[in-house]
Write a protein that binds this ligand. Structure first.
Ligand code: SF4
Ligand code: SF4
Length: 202
């Protein structure tokens, strides 16, 4: 019958409206901004840069490879690579972004920058109260403003951040094992060469 769907919908609304006076879980609104609903793990807004340790500049994971800048569909990332290098989280000397800007008035929150980053250096933030009076300067986020700690990442995306930490620890362990194996092979080769030199008649 025409209109049955509307009646069913209204019955659900009525049931929830009346039920919300007796059952707390039926309440779907909160008194924002005094109260806030918890955001789900996979909620995302704009990207931010992750740093390890306490020092935002020294601990920045980004190595200024510019992959995200190239892949960003609306081209709202601007990076200038440093002239010098600093150690990354595994102690390897790497470039870093002397400039890293994101124009969040253009960003469409697609997360492609996060997907393409090979260094787990850029992730999606959950901050959404970002309205500003000025269109230009205030919505252009600079490296300093974009840099947030790994602890912050764990706070906003606990499941994802734990998986990323595990991947990085596994990669560091694999690199360490490879280095150790290469050193052992080199020592073995050197010992074999010395032994061969001793047994060869002059
Ligand atoms: S989320 Fe998408 S649009 Fe925004 S900076 Fe990343 S790639 Fe660009
Ligand atoms: S955020 Fe990632 S992809 Fe972008 S420049 Fe830095 S390391 Fe490269």
């Amino acid at each position: 019958m025409i209109g049955t769907g509307i009646l069913k919908g209204m019955a659900v609304t009525l049931r929830n409206f009346a039920g919300s006076y007796f059952e707390k879980e039926r309440l779907t609104t909160v008194q924002y901004p005094e109260e806030r609903s918890p955001l789900p793990e996979n909620y995302r807004n704009f990207p931010f840069l992750i740093y390890d340790t306490e020092d935002a500049a020294a601990g920045l994971r980004c190595v200024a490879c510019k992959i995200c800048e190239k892949e960003c569909p609306p081209q709202c990332i601007y990076i200038v690579k440093s002239e010098d290098k600093k150690p990354d989280y595994m102690g390897k000397p790497q470039f870093y972004p002397a400039v890293f800007d994101i124009d969040i008035s253009v960003c469409m929150s697609c997360q492609i920058c996060v997907e393409v980053c090979p260094f787990e250096a850029i992730k999606m933030d959950k901050e959404f109260e970002l309205s500003k009076r000025e269109r230009f300067d205030n919505l252009l986020f600079r490296r300093e403003q974009l840099s947030k700690s790994n602890d912050y990442y764990h706070k906003i995306h606990p499941v994802e951040a734990a998986a990323v930490d595990k991947n990085l620890a596994d990669a560091a362990a694999a690199a360490e094992a490879k280095k150790k194996a290469a050193a052992e092979a080199a020592a073995k080769a050197a010992a074999a060469k010395t032994a061969a030199a001793k047994t060869t008649p002059a």
